[in-house]
Design a protein around this ligand. Structure first.
Ligand code: IPD
Ligand code: CA
Length: 278
């Protein structure tokens, strides 16, 4: 029996390569930066152009499929996950990195059916690393299998997160306090590479042992979620409970033990849901 989702995945890899080429070419030119919700929430013409290209190339082949794309949602499209085949797209994950040419910039696409991620593709454009994972078939970087470090000891872990300036001072304080708590465990170190999708791939390939974040979006998480799970890692809610793709928060880790140790340290703050009525 043919695996029709595998066909979708092959198509997705082709489109992601094309998208990555556009992103790389844009890095050679002047980048005009616009602000979205705040001076630290950036968007460029390339984000918008790449998302349009991805959606039109998929829609041409799969006209009945649904989409949740960062820039489409910013322009007013709904962000609701149904049981239908759905492509969840971040045309540039790490837009601030892109603007500064800081080398972690990715195109990230996750594909869900019945709200389950069937495959994920994350192309780290400047590094030319194509991460791919199909449910039940493993995780790969440029065609070679990858796996998590398997680290079980939080005190020997390298942990990734984000420091981003939050509009709410209370939330910002909690983010900084949480980083301090993790550093005090102690861990080997905390890093903030600036692309959620790349962070998840770094855990998937064993270069880091965990990543946590409150306040990201489903398009930041969908592609990387497949990578982490298929590479043998775990993905849970920030409380340590089951992961919810629309919850805007997660912990990914090399082992359940490391994930739970991080969950115990973190103070949770409300960050809304992707599918909250606007
Ligand atoms: C951002 C990056 C960043 C994360 C932000 C995201 P964007 O995505 O993934 O690492 O901390 O919360 O919004 O805006 O560059 O697509
Ligand atoms: Ca983005």
């Amino acid at each position: 029996m043919t695996d029709s989702w595998q066909e979708c995945m092959n198509h997705c890899v082709d489109i992601t390569k094309q998208a990555g080429k556009i992103v790389r070419e844009a890095l050679e030119k002047d980048i005009a930066v616009m602000e979205k919700s705040s001076p630290t929430d950036l968007v460029t013409e390339t984000d918008q152009r790449v998302e349009k290209l991805i959606i039109s190339a998929i829609r041409e082949k799969y006209p009945t499929h649904c989409f949740i794309g960062e820039e489409s949602v910013a322009a007013g499209a709904p962000s609701v996950l149904s049981d239908a085949p759905t492509w969840i797209i971040d045309p540039i994950d790490g837009t601030t990195n892109f603007v500064h040419r800081f080398p972690f910039v990715s195109v990230s696409i996750g594909f869900t059916v019945n709200k389950e991620v069937e495959f994920g593709i994350v192309y780290s454009c400047m590094e030319d690393k194509m991460y791919t994972a199909r449910r039940g078939k493993g995780a790969f970087c440029n065609g070679l299998p990858i796996k998590v470090s398997g680290q079980e000891d939080i005190t020997k872990s390298l942990v990734l997160t984000e420091m981003g300036l939050k509009k709410d001072p209370e939330h910002f304080k909690t983010v900084m306090d949480n980083i301090q708590k993790i550093l005090n465990v102690p861990v080997h170190g905390v890093r903030c590479p600036g692309s959620a999708a790349v962070n998840m791939c770094l855990v998937a390939c064993g270069a880091a042992d965990a990543y946590y974040h409150q306040g990201i979006y489903c398009w930041d998480m969908a592609g990387g979620a497949a990578l982490v799970t298929e590479a043998g890692g775990v993905i849970v809610d920030i409380t340590g409970g089951p992961f919810d793709l629309m919850s805007r928060r997660l912990i990914v880790a090399s082992s359940p033990r490391v994930a739970q140790c991080i969950a115990q340290e973190l103070t949770v703050f409300p960050c809304g849901r992707d599918d909250a009525p606007s």
